[in-house]
Design a protein around this ligand. Structure first.
Ligand code: NI
Ligand code: MN
Length: 218
């Protein structure tokens, strides 16, 4: 049984046989459900792209816990230069880190160093897709066809990513069983309505609207 906790914005913690953080932007995140300096255990920290609201506290968390940073090559090399253990990768690749598998998939967005990406994480027999930041693109269809995610985290905040209508179209592509909307409501510029997203998704997937700090079991 996996415990999957939404930490606010795009930050997610997965607790199973291993503890995984994805895009742990907590410091400076007005919706953060957890203070970064309270995190004492982590095995893997995954970063989708080099924007502050995703890279966030990834390096300090890895430093404190000894977790492996799994990220786009350019970010991972920087992590290593800071004395951290990292697994550099790029779109299309899969790496194994501390017994979990991370597949990196395309995202249509921008980034500081390297390209933006999404990730599919395989842990304890489940596949969890985190889309990072992306616009609606047919590449998402391939993610669905190839990985069949059990659970997906999809940005719906509009302006920088998909909005509640286009994100619902993405859910159709991804063929995910369950979906959690993320990347909305953190700041006024991305004040989207998750209920509108849920309505648009309809019967295509089970939509789980989580408050920061809420946990689901998978
Ligand atoms: Ni971004
Ligand atoms: Mn973002």
């Amino acid at each position: 049984m996996l415990e999957v906790t939404y930490l606010g914005h795009s930050a997610v913690r997965i607790k199973g046989s291993k503890i995984v953080f994805i895009d742990p932007f907590l410091t400076g995140n007005p919706k953060a459900a957890l203070a970064a300096d309270k995190i004492t255990a982590a095995d893997v920290v995954v970063v989708t792209h080099d924007h502050g609201d995703h890279l966030g506290d990834a390096f300090p968390i890895a430093k404190r816990t000894g977790a492996v940073v799994v990220a786009m090559h350019e970010i991972a090399i920087d992590a290593e230069s800071h004395g951290l253990t990292a697994q550099p990768m790029n779109i299309g690749g899969t790496v194994e880190a501390r017994g979990i598998r991370v597949h990196m998939v395309p995202a249509l967005h921008s980034a500081g160093r390297g390209n933006p990406a999404g990730v599919v994480i395989e842990i304890d027999g489940k596949k969890i897709y985190h889309a990072g930041d992306t616009g609606l693109t047919y590449d998402l269809k391939l993610v669905g066809e190839y990985f069949h995610p059990d659970l997906s985290f999809i940005p719906i905040g509009d302006r920088y990513t998909m909005g509640p209508a286009s994100a619902a179209k993405a859910v159709e592509f991804i063929k995910t069983k369950k979906v959690v909307p993320i990347h909305y409501g953190t700041f006024p510029l991305i004040a989207a309505d998750p209920e509108e997203f849920k309505k648009n998704v309809g019967a295509a997937a089970e939509v789980l609207i989580l408050k920061p700090g809420e946990t689901i079991h998978l």
